[in-house]
Each structure stands twice: as C-alpha cells, then as structure tokens.
Ligand binder design. Structure first.
Ligand code: SAH
Ligand code: SF4
Ligand code: F3S
Length: 472
C-alpha cells in the first residue's frame, strides 16, 4: 500500500484535492467494495464527488451477471471517452478505471475495446489498487485481474474509524466472498473466485467501528453468506448462526440481516438464531431459481423443489412471521411449459414478500451457454411477465397484510416533506413516519395505516396537505 502512495506524493487537501467518482453496478457486494475503495482512496488524497464531470478519476464498479449488465458498461465508457477528450483539450488529466466482475471476466478485452480505460482491476485484487494507480500515473495501462493467491481480506485493510463516512444508519459488511456452487447459468464462481470466509475477529472489529460511526443495522454480505465459517476465540468451528449470535451482543447494534443464502447451507444453528435473536430480522432472501426438479438438476442447484419447501417449513417453525424473498430465472435451456408451471406452483405454495426474476441470459464460459434447447426470447418474455404478475400480487398482498399492525421501524433519514421521516420495517419495506416518531437511528414502534406503491405509511405520517401527499 505504501509503495503506491510514495509515487503519487503528498495527499492534497482543499479545493485542489483530486476527486474520484465511483459508479456502482450490480449487487450489494459491489456497493460495499465501492465504499471500501472510496475509503482507501480517501487516505490517498482523493475526495469523493457525485458528479462525473468533476472527477480526476472515474471508477466503474461493474456487474457481469447478465449480458445487459455487461453491455451497459461499454456504452458508459463511450460517453467517458468524450469527456476524456474534452479534458485533454483543456490540458487536464482524467483517469478511468474499470473494477468489478466485468473487469475480472473480460480483462484485456476491455483495454482493447475501450480506449479511454487506463486501469482494469478485478474484485480479488482491490488491495493492489494504490500500486495500480501509481503505475497509471507513470503512463501505463494496467490490467490486474489475477486470482488473489493471498487472502484479499488480509490485504485490503478494514476501513478505519476516521475513514468510515456516509454509511448512514444501515450498512453492509462483507463476511464471505466467492462461490464454489457452480450453478450452470452463473458467472460468479469465475468472477469472484473460490469461497473465502473472512475471519471472525476482523468482522467483529469492523462491526464495532461501524456502530461507533452511527450504524444501527448491519447486513452481512456474501455470495454464499450462509457458507461462512471461521473459528472462535477458543478455536472452535463457528458458522453464520454463531456469528450473528456474537454480533447481536454488540451494544447499539440493533438489527442484523444477511444475504445471499443458498438453500444447501441453511443449517440448524442459523435457523435457531432466527428463533432466538430478536435482532436478527425476520426476512430471508433464499433464491430457488426454479420449481422444476428437472431444471434445478440442469442448473446444478443440488436441491429439489421439495427440499426447498421442507427447509422453509423448518425456518417458519422457528420464526413464524419470517418474510421470504427469492430469485427466479425463466427460460433456462430445456425449460418447457410444464417446468414453468412447476415454478408458478412453487411460488403459490411459498407466498413471497418480495422477489427478483430474470430471463435466462447465456453467459460465456458457463455450462448453460452451450446446453441444448435454448428457449425462444418471445417465450422467455411471456413467461417472465406471467411470473412477475404473480409475484407482484404476492408482494402487494404482503404489504396490505401489514395495515393495522404495529411494528418497530428503524428511522433512517428525513423524508421529502417537512415533518416526515423514512425508516425500514423488519421486512425491509420502507415506512414513511411522522417526525415526532423519533430521531435518525432510533427504533420507533408505529402502527401501519396504509400502503403506497413502494412503501407503508405509519399512523400520523399522512397528516399533511393533500398536494404533498400525492407526491409522496
Ligand atoms: N448467490 C448470489 C447470486 C448472485 S446472482 C448472490 O450473492 O446474490 C443473483 C441472481 O441473478 C441469481 O440468484 C439468479 O437468479 C440471477 N442470475 C444469475 N445468473 C443469471 C443468468 N445467466 N441469467 C439470468 N439470471 C441470472
Ligand atoms: Fe451463482 Fe449459484 Fe453461486 Fe449463487 S450459488 S453465486 S447463483 S453459482
Ligand atoms: Fe454482478 Fe458480480 Fe455481484 S456479476 S451480481 S457484481 S458478484
């Protein structure tokens, strides 16, 4: 780390400080990584900016999960190229880096395709970002996408108390990265590498620092977060259930969540934690992808629809009010109308509070891309619409069922209108509440009075002029 810093001289401050604009695509882990990169660049004299036009360094933290996600990056790089040319005319430098999963997957191809790019750096080498930027400052175009031989968690130092900024009341904390599951549609095992768990002590330390900076809710992140494992102070093996138990003891850490889980790794200790810990929120994102055993097998999910439903029974026995969320793919190669019907049947049986659903997108290098029986785009469109209509109905029914209930809401920020605050229900749905309910960071017990398209209104929140309400 220090090596790169020496090359770029003393950190500048004040209005002359270099500015970095980081744009984040994809999943929460990218959000977390962007924050960490921002913290690290802050120590190197970069100030964050919200405007691309102000930046001396633009970093795109990218996602490769579906074709559209990856293609977006190239159109953005086209616009950045023009900006860079304008800058060159003014004699001012603009450096451009591509990080994240497109960087990892496409590496040198990005440099070849996008002339504006100075730096390509993969998620497994972020700890080498300062050195890479130092090379760029010397005029090199750098591609650093090695699969980290060393543990990246040891090398990208946890953000220090003074660096943590802008996390608000609810923050992410990565505890596990990478995936060994190799679902046949998915690029993540290739872009994020093998499963690595961050050591317990490091996680507890970062959680305490976040709480000291005002955070009251932490969402633990991992591509397979419930595969997390480490050893405790006594050297005993500990899994995610044990980790949330330890985190729940941190004073002022009021709420815990985790995402994303794989059904195969949902063990008894984690289910028991849902039963025992009030701080562990009753909301679980547990993707199933399909309700057809034939398709689940072709996807290499290693569970059947019945396994998934049995697992939900055990989870609901431990925490009856748990809200469920899932991911679904329609049009995986070989999916017939009957397979699709099985997915709808499973959805009806579960009753989801929220869900994400996608048309299958063949990804280069994954086994799915070369399978027989690719489904026609039109059929995929139809199936997706059908599935999303069902999921929307379930989501609306879930929201309506909250009306009349009292629930604890963590207050996160001021609302758009005076006298309004915005908070989160235990089930992740935003709640609009009156300012009298409490301050940012407090948990208020409120009664839900009505439902808006993407939020719930608490009692007292609607006591404002009609014109304002319409815009809420
Ligand atoms: N376990 C991961 C999953 C990441 S991908 C996590 O940490 O969240 C998120 C979702 O994208 C997957 O659950 C899947 O539903 C969807 N997805 C992944 N690859 C896809 C593809 N090739 N086409 C369409 N959807 C895909
Ligand atoms: Fe991708 Fe499957 Fe791993 Fe999730 S479990 S990241 S969907 S390979
Ligand atoms: Fe996308 Fe990579 Fe996350 S592919 S979903 S940014 S792990």
């Amino acid at each position: 780390m220090t090596e790169g810093r020496d090359d770029r001289g003393v950190a500048q401050t004040g209005s002359n400080a270099r500015k970095v604009f980081i744009k984040t695509y994809g999943c929460q882990m990218n959000v977390y990584d962007s924050q960490r990169m921002g913290d690290a660049l802050g120590s190197d004299g970069y100030q964050p900016t919200e405007t691309m036009e102000d930046a001396d360094l633009i970093l795109l933290n990218t996602c490769h999960i579906r074709e559209k996600a990856a293609e977006k990056i190239y159109s953005e790089l086209g616009r950045i190229r023009l900006l860079k040319a304008e800058r060159a005319n003014e004699g001012r430098e603009l450096r451009v880096g591509v990080a994240g999963c497109v960087a990892q997957a496409e590496g040198h191809e990005i440099i070849a395709r996008a002339p504006a790019v100075d730096l390509v750096i993969g998620p497994q080498t972020y700890h080498r970002l300062p050195q890479a930027l130092a090379k760029v400052a010397r005029g090199e175009r750098v591609v650093d996408i090695d699969h980290a031989v060393e543990d990246k968690f040891d090398h990208l130092p946890a953000s220090q108390a003074g660096q943590i900024r802008g996390r608000g009341v609810a923050a992410f904390l990565t505890v596990q990265e990478g995936c060994d599951k190799f679902c046949t549609f998915c690029v993540v095992p290739y872009t994020r590498g093998a499963e690595v768990s961050r050591p317990l002590a490091q996680i507890l330390e970062e959680a305490r620092r976040l709480v000291a900076a005002g955070v009251r809710e932490i969402t633990l992140l991992g591509q397979n977060v419930n595969a997390w494992e480490s050893s405790d102070a006594q050297g005993r093996a500990i899994g995610l259930g044990g980790l949330v138990r330890q985190l729940a003891e941190i004073p002022n850490l009021l709420r815990l969540r985790y995402t994303t889980s794989h059904p195969r790794d949902m063990d008894d200790a984690l289910i028991a934690a849902h039963r025992d810990l009030p701080a562990l929120m009753p909301y679980l994102h547990l993707p199933v992808q399909s309700g057809s055993d034939r398709i689940l097998k072709a996807m290499n999910r290693r569970h059947t629809a019945a396994d998934y439903l049995r697992l939900l029974d055990r989870i609901r026995a431990a925490r009856p009010d748990i809200a469920l969320s899932g991911d679904f793919i329609v049009g995986f190669p070989g999916e017939t109308d009957a397979d699709f019907e099985d997915t709808l049947t499973l959805i009806r049986e579960v009753g989801y509070a929220s869900a994400f659903s996608f048309k299958y997108s063949p990804r280069p290098g994954t086994p799915g891309a070369t399978m027989e029986g690719h489904v026609d785009e039109g059929v995929k469109d139809e199936r997706l619409q059908h599935l999303q209509a069902l999921l929307r109905d379930q989501q609306a029914a879930f929201a309506r069922a909250q009306v009349g209930r009292r629930m604890p809401v963590l207050i996160e920020k001021h609302g758009r209108h005076p006298g309004q605050m915005i908070g989160r229900s235990p089930f992740l749905i935003p709640v609009v509440l009156p300012a009298s309910a409490g301050a940012i960071g407090a948990v208020a017990e409120v009664r839900i009075e009505s439902v808006r398209p993407n939020s719930l209104m608490a009692e007292g929140a609607e006591a404002m002029p009609e014109a304002m309400r319409l815009r809420a």
